[in-house]
Design a protein around this ligand. Structure first.
Ligand SMILES: Nc1nc2c(ncn2[C@@H]2O[C@H](COP(=O)(O)OP(=O)(O)OP(=O)(O)O)[C@@H](O)[C@H]2O)c(=O)[nH]1
Length: 313
């Protein structure tokens, strides 16, 4: 469950005011409050670059400045920022400008001359909302990644695999080339767990994942469907010979010895292969055919592979 853990005083704050005395006053106040990252500029033209580099959590922006006023700065910030939320608190001596400032994107305001107590509270409140929002965003990104990856190996899981295969098939359709699906299952993996323990089994699965990733190209996908089942999506293999050579290479890599906790462990794998569009143009059928081919190769014996047949059987 999401649990907020924010340190408001670690926030990055920029003060923008052409009057050095105002800048100094705000800077001193914020530093006395305990804010650790406060910087300032008296040059409104520098704000966009500064924000792009430092991604401030809060910009205290004077509205009335020569050359470029606060409204123009806000407009430039909005134009140059992919983040729709620009954290601006305007500083104004003219109450009549407040509404206009809100319409231009300001989130709150501080009146001049400063009421320091009020300024402190407004800054704190705005930072609280900003940092909570940022943390929630990070959390939802990590949840998204978690939902798409296998926790043990970090490989894509079945959901992400389906996305990647969809993409590879669309590419193959456009380029009139192939996409290959390789369904892999280790031989006698249960015995590894039973003989050496689940932890050793886990370590072996992680090494298997690393070897598979190393054996294919960067654009290919190696996914784990759970247990000792791994499924690969390969882009643009040009001939059945190429496929056979690659699967043989993968199986050979997996049958190399594994050195885990001072032990040397050997294991092999079987594979089933299906090719888009030769065996099917439908994704589910393509995966099913690779799975059936895998069972066929398991039936024949260890450390081998079968290629799908044209019709589902
Ligand atoms: N260490 C470990 N074991 C797992 C994990 N997930 C599933 N397993 C085990 O993997 C084993 C898979 O067993 P089987 O599907 O019978 O595979 P196998 O022993 O390789 O049998 P064949 O495929 O017929 O050769 C089971 O013992 C599961 O408990 C995991 O994340 N870590």
């Amino acid at each position: 469950m999401f649990k907020a853990n924010i340190d408001i005083f670690n926030a990055h704050i920029l003060i923008v005011d052409d009057q050095r005395t105002n800048v100094d006053l705000l800077e001193q106040m914020l530093e006395a409050e305990g804010y650790k990252h406060v910087s300032s500029t008296t040059n409104p033209f520098a704000v966009v670059d500064l924000h792009n580099t430092n991604e401030y959590d809060l910009i205290l922006l004077d509205l009335k400045m020569p050359g470029m006023d606060g409204f123009q700065v806000m407009e430039e910030l909005r134009k140059n920022n992919s983040d729709i939320y620009v954290p601006i608190l305007v500083i104004t001596a003219q109450p009549s400008q407040k509404l206009e400032a809100f319409e231009a994107g300001a989130k709150d305001f501080i009146s001049k001359p400063f009421d320091l107590m009020e300024a402190k509270v407004r800054i704190y409140n705005m930072l609280e909302v900003r940092l909570l929002y940022k943390q929630l965003e990070q959390y939802s990104r990590s949840m998204e990644s978690w939902a798409m990856h296998d926790a043990l190996t970090g490989l894509p899981n079945r959901r992400l695999f389906v996305d990647r295969l969809t993409l590879a098939m669309a590419h193959a359709h456009r380029k009139k080339c192939t996409t290959t699906v390789i369904y892999l299952d280790l031989d006698g993996f249960k015995l590894i767990n039973d003989s050496f323990g689940h932890d050793v089994g886990d370590m072996l699965l992680k090494i298997v994942a690393d070897r598979l990733v190393a054996a294919v190209r960067k654009e290919d996908t190696v996914a784990r469907f759970g247990g000792d089942e791994f499924v690969l999506v390969l882009w643009e293999l040009d001939s059945p010979d190429g496929v056979s050579m690659l699967v043989s290479k993968v199986l050979m890599t997996l049958s190399e010895p594994y050195f885990i906790n001072g032990r040397t462990i050997r294991i092999s794998a079987c594979a089933g292969v299906s090719i888009y569009p030769d065996h099917s143009e439908d994704m589910e059928t393509l995966i099913k055919k690779a799975d059936i081919a895998l069972y066929e190769s398991k039936r024949i014996g260890k450390n081998g592979f079968s290629i799908a047949v044209d019709s589902l059987s």
